[in-house]
Design a protein around this ligand. Structure first.
Ligand SMILES: [Zn+2]
Length: 192
């Protein structure tokens, strides 16, 4: 128990150091028992770390923490994205509500046909939003990886990504991006 407390303190000091280096307010840290993998919650500016992550070797743990603090630098954009999505959905949903509310009973059959068209359009938009959301999320991951690499070095960042990939928390695009980063720094190093 004492060891666990000391480890949690250690994590908090890592978070503070990374946040200072990235010029961002240190996020709070929540230690969870579920094995969902580490994550960042923009709404609460909070990092969640599971026990399996805490058990990682120190160099890997440092990268994971740096990556999660990297997400904290994206907080404003994440929250704006969220607000924008909520606003768009609300605006879109209000269109048929207004049409139905302002139509007289005799006109209702005439609004139900375009209404049906609206439902189809709404689902099409939903599909577009989901695709856009997934794209944004992938960009946030790559950016957080880049920040972790800037704090701990790309080689150790890649090692951490490979370890996390083995646990199924990382997709191949992030590994490829980090390998490309290492290749480009190697090339620049040779040129100098
Ligand atoms: Zn992430």
């Amino acid at each position: 128990m004492k060891r666990l407390r000391a480890q949690e303190q250690h994590i908090l000091s890592l978070v503070d150091a990374d946040a200072a280096a990235l010029h961002v307010t240190p996020p709070r840290v929540r230690f969870v028992t579920a094995s969902t993998g580490p994550c960042y919650e923009a709404l609460f500016n909070r990092i969640e770390l599971d026990r399996a992550t805490l058990a990682l070797p120190e160099p890997l743990l440092r990268i994971v923490v740096a990556h999660e603090v990297g997400h904290a630098t994206q907080r404003k954009t994440m929250l704006l994205d969220f607000a924008w999505t909520v606003l768009s959905v609300t605006a879109l949903l209000s269109i048929p509500c207004i049409v139905f509310a302002t139509s007289s009973d005799e006109e209702l059959w005439r609004v139900s046909v375009p209404g049906l068209g609206f439902v189809v359009a709404f689902f099409a938009c939903g599909k577009f939003w989901r695709a856009r959301g997934a794209k944004r999320a992938a960009a946030f991951e790559l950016d957080a990886d880049a920040k972790a690499a800037s704090l701990c070095g790309p080689a150790s960042a890649l090692a951490a990504l490979e370890a996390m990939a083995a646990r199924g928390h990382i997709d191949a695009a992030r590994l490829d991006a980090m390998r490309a980063r290492i290749a480009s720094t190697d090339k620049n190093g040779l040129r100098q």
